[in-house]
Design a protein around this ligand. Sequence first.
Ligand code: SAM
Ligand code: SF4
Length: 361
Amino acid sequence: MPAPQPTALGSDRPDKRRLPVLASGALAREDRSDVRVVSMHPVTRPRSARISITDRCDFACTYCRPSKNDGYAEKRLSVEGWRTTIAGLVEAGVRRVRITGGEPLVHPHVVEIVRMISGFGVEDLALTTNASQLTRLAKPLAEAGLRRVNVSIDSLRADRFEAITRGGALAPVLAGIEAAREAGLDPIKLNAVVLRGVNDDELEALVEYAWARRLVPRFLEVMPIAEGAKLVHDHLVPVAEMRARLASLVEDEEPTTEPDRGPARYLRSRRDPSLRVGFISGTSDTYCATCDRLRVSSSGVLRPCLATDEGVDASEAAEQGDAERVPDLLAEAWAKKPDGRSFKGCTEPSAARVSMRAIGG
Ligand code: SAM
Ligand code: SF4
């Protein structure tokens, strides 16, 4: 059966189809004897999806991959496969999509993929990038329907940036951020993984750089996931410490979150309350119990959690254009989602064994 073409969704349109196992909120083992239930997650259905459109990347950040020669997956979903997958996910209730990777901008058809997803009328369409190709692509991406972008930038010093990314150049990334501003992408959030002894003396500089452009700087704890597992012991800077270091710039207040926008917590600027700094504590504090996020790997596997190797391969249905099957496969995958209470996400030993690039960070 051919994949359905996208149609605009009214935000109040009821879901036509319910996830077969999850709609009731009670995951009955006897309903699906073929599903191995790890535990019951409090969020009964995914509302957001992070799709890794490629595991390829032009950088090799020290916390993400061991080198530029660590190999790539042989199989990658086609654009039509992505169309079918997204059609099925939207049918199952997914309303927010983030395109990531690997580096999504090295995918030769990234603009086409953005246009295609935008056509489904999802509530939110965003992209996470290292920005090395953003000068060329910011405008076409915005024209294709991309609304906002997160740029990863760990340092404003060219030599340090090159060392962290293993060869990446800072100047094109800075130019890419300017191009994103000119293209009207908004908000633009800048993500920096803070590593003790590597870039932790740049917190203020990154905040000032971002605020001067009215962007949102965000600081991430390094997580013991993939290569990050080797760095946490010596290089983790907990969010509490980051916050203390920025005390002269940000309000001493209860941090806020953005509804439906992931786990970041924000503090306002002392100078201008419309400016903010975000913090993401994936290591000192996990947020798994409220996670409504599904990940789809570059090879088309539906993955309920970043930190486990569990998933359900939907690539065959996707490449056959069988969107009708995707909600069933999604229900099967979601049943494998760890409970988020006893399982502590990226701090679990299983996290060190996954590929952040393939699953989509
Ligand atoms: N290549 C794109 C980029 O770097 O923005 C998208 C993919 S990358 C895997 C997505 C995000 O994951 C980046 O912001 C990166 O800094 C973050 N990341 C990767 N490995 C991490 C780790 N071990 N701990 C914390 N953040 C990590
Ligand atoms: Fe590439 Fe992003 Fe991983 Fe860095 S964090 S190696 S840019 S996928």
